[in-house]
Design a binder for this molecule. Sequence first.
Ligand code: 5GP
Length: 117
Amino acid sequence: MSETQESSIFTKIIAREIPADVVFENERIIAITDIAPKAPVHLLVIPKTERYRNVGELAAGDPALLAEVVAVSQQLATERSGGEFRLVFNTGPSAGQTVFHVHAHVLGGSLPEGTLG
Ligand code: 5GP
């Protein structure tokens, strides 16, 4: 990120400049509950670096960090939705991405069958 760019909403949450319900944190990753949940369990698992805008950039730039995002998602879903969950990475505005700091949506708990909505 260049110095003239504003930090993302998630960077502000990581810095505790704005509040969030933090459900997991280590040196590299933070996980929070989504402010507008689309499922009974809706968490966001977020690498702390804002170097990567989307999952493709993360996969290319730091595959170990992507694997850690998946492992944390699995762990949180095991605790909160019996280990069953949907993992979503929106990529680009037409796919619904609104925050350009890579994050995984962990959706769980009685999701509609056979849809991606
Ligand atoms: P995207 O649309 O980029 O895939 O996902 C961004 C997500 O961040 C949305 O589901 C939105 O509800 C969530 N979100 C946006 N601002 C905040 C916030 O200030 N706090 C929390 N907890 N979630 C947020």
